[in-house]
Design a protein around this ligand. Structure first.
Ligand code: ATP
Length: 542
């Protein structure tokens, strides 16, 4: 037994007995079965999410004798997790409970899809107490916390979290297991609720978001994604944007370096000045110097007039040197001088030109390695590397993939003028499983293409390119054989038809051009049951 664990006698002597005596006797273990039984009962009666949640929260409070219980929903669109229902919190505390994935204990459970159990919550560095419910009352320091995800088809839809007086690890694990069971029972109902109440959920999140501190966290407006690694990027951008320090943006191709560069500029004191992009890889060797630093009239045969280079054009603003690792050694030497003295000469000129520019450079190359190989100047590397920011690859950003996909769907659907309501569950799984070598740029292209292909307002797995459907690359479990792919498409079409018909098999069969019996057989083969697709309040005649 750890020093934190209590015996019944300890508990009694400490006056905590009310909360859990019955749990030592095993009575509460029997009681909890009643909760499962009730949930199962109402699930078969087609009850709505509100009824289910009230049974769960009542059970947590009365049978399991918990101090606090919270059911949270994850709104992918706004990338926020908020309290849907709870006990043990005031209305005000409830309103403050809003998190981003990766943030605090709840955010971590949503990000990883794994439960978290903490014997003494106030000791946990991840515990944010955003609701501020822990400032009050005695026994707060004795509370254990556990949080389980509500997951369906690898998609985290929300969490059930609870606090109770700590007794011992075994009982805590048992409670968490029970809540995990409850979470998996109600997951289909939660998904239906989220689909059906998309607008309500969004409005609710937005209202809460407006009232919460989340609003105050810094995120450049056009950069999408709230994953932990991106929050670190935002924090760095926030720190350095207001200075004139040279910034080096590192990261694979397509991660959003240019977007971050523009965020740095537009949040800087020179935001009203020009933002000039110079793509060093696209500059032909012979013209690189003249493009960057300009030339005097007659400097070379085609120099018929004086030309201001990118540095002069950026004067009073920011120059963004993209792919800086591609510059030749002579051009690097000239760039070093600008960095040191903010002075250069135009090609063919002798007069020094002084500029006042903020320099942001970016590269997907390993500059330190290039220095070792002798292809990049060491002194220039140190001058550029004053404030490096590494933008993480998309595969390390968790649910940002879906947030970004949603964002691009909205953008391209509006551009093409085609209403797209949602991305199907199998398509979401494919997007989440893929390793995105081309990062956000690749995701953007994939979504643009799928918006063009999509029919009936839904992006399906088969609207995504074949590269996302190869098992070795995606890990989606689809093998390359024709039969397996046909099975995957069949599964998806049946799921969609059942969703659209609220679980009415007859109606779904008609949509699919099958008899009811044929569809029944196929549903058995895919282990699908119409109950999963029933919508609250509607009882289809099957
Ligand atoms: N977090 C993000 N939110 C929204 N759009 C993004 C995000 N990151 C990247 N994009 C979009 O993805 C595309 C590629 O981004 P960007 O050009 O900034 O990448 P990069 O790292 O500079 O690529 P490269 O190294 O190839 O120049 C752009 O259309 C950009 O708008």
């Amino acid at each position: 037994m750890t020093s934190l664990e209590l015996t019944t006698d300890d508990a009694m002597s400490k006056g905590l007995v009310d909360e859990f005596t019955h749990c030592f006797t095993g009575e509460c273990r029997v009681n909890v079965l009643q909760i499962l039984f009730r949930i199962n009962q109402v699930l078969t009666q087609n009850a709505d999410l509100a009824t289910l949640v009230s049974i769960i929260l009542d059970g947590m409070r009365q049978q399991m004798r918990m101090q606090r219980g919270v059911m949270m929903l994850y709104d992918r669109h706004s990338d926020a997790i908020f309290i849907h229902d709870s006990f043990g919190l005031t209305e005000e505390e409830r309103g403050r409970g809003i998190y981003a994935p990766g943030e605090g204990i709840t955010g971590k459970v949503v990000e990883t899809g794994k439960p978290i159990i903490i014997p003494r919550v106030i000791d946990s560095p991840d515990f944010l107490d955003r609701t501020r419910a822990h400032n009050k009352g005695r026994k707060q320091d004795k509370l254990a916390f556990f949080c389980v995800p509500i997951v369906l088809a690898q998609k985290v839809l929300g969490t059930i979290c609870a606090e109770r007086v700590y007794m011992n690890q075994r009982l805590l694990n048992q409670d968490a297991e029970l809540l995990a069971m409850v979470a998996s029972l109600i997951a289909p109902a939660v998904e239906l609720y989220l689909i059906e109440n998309v607008d309500k959920v969004r409005l609710e999140t937005e209202n809460r978001r407006l009232k919460s501190e989340l609003k105050q966290r810094f995120r450049p407006t056009n950069i999408i994604g709230n994953s932990k690694p991106m929050q670190e990027v935002y924090a760095m951008v926030h720190k350095v944007a207001s200075t004139k320090a040279t910034v080096l943006l590192l990261g694979e191709s397509g991660v959003g370096k240019e977007l971050v560069a523009s965020a740095l500029h537009y949040n800087s004191p020179v935001a009203d000045g020009p933002f000039i992009k110079a793509n060093c890889a696209a500059l032909p060797e012979a013209l690189a110097e003249s493009e960057l630093f300009g030339h005097e009239r007659g400097a070379f045969t085609s120099a018929i007039a004086t030309h201001k280079g990118y540095f002069e054009q950026a004067s009073g603003g920011t120059i963004f040197l993209d792919e800086v690792g591609e510059l030749s050694l002579p051009t690097q030497a000239k760039l070093l001088r600008v960095l040191q003295e903010r002075t250069f000469e135009r090609v063919g000129g002798a007069k020094p030109v002084k500029v006042d520019v903020r320099i942001i450079a970016a590269t997907n190359r390993n500059l330190a390695e290039m220095v070792a190989e002798g292809t990049f100047r060491e002194d220039l590397f140190y001058r550029l590397n004053v404030f490096p920011i590494t933008i993480p690859p998309l595969r390390d950003r968790g649910s940002d993939v879906i947030t970004l996909a949603d964002h691009f769907v909205t953008t391209y659907a509006a551009e093409i003028g085609k209403p797209i309501k949602r991305i199907s569950t199998p398509a979401i799984n494919m997007l989440m499983s893929y390793h995105w070598p081309g990062n956000v740029r690749e995701l953007e292209n994939v979504i643009e293409r799928s918006v063009i292909l999509a029919e009936e307002g839904v992006i399906h797995g088969y609207d995504l390119p074949p590269s996302l459907q190869t098992p070795t690359e995606t890990g989606t479990g689809f093998s390359g054989t024709l039969e397996d792919r046909v099975t995957a498409v069949e599964y998806e079409m049946i799921v969609e038809a059942l969703k659209a018909s609220n679980g009415n098999v007859g109606q779904a069969a008609t949509t699919l051009g099958l008899t009811r019996r044929m569809l029944g057989l196929r549903m058995d083969r895919h282990r699908l049951t119409y109950k999963t697709f029933r919508t609250a309040g509607l009882r289809p005649r099957n």
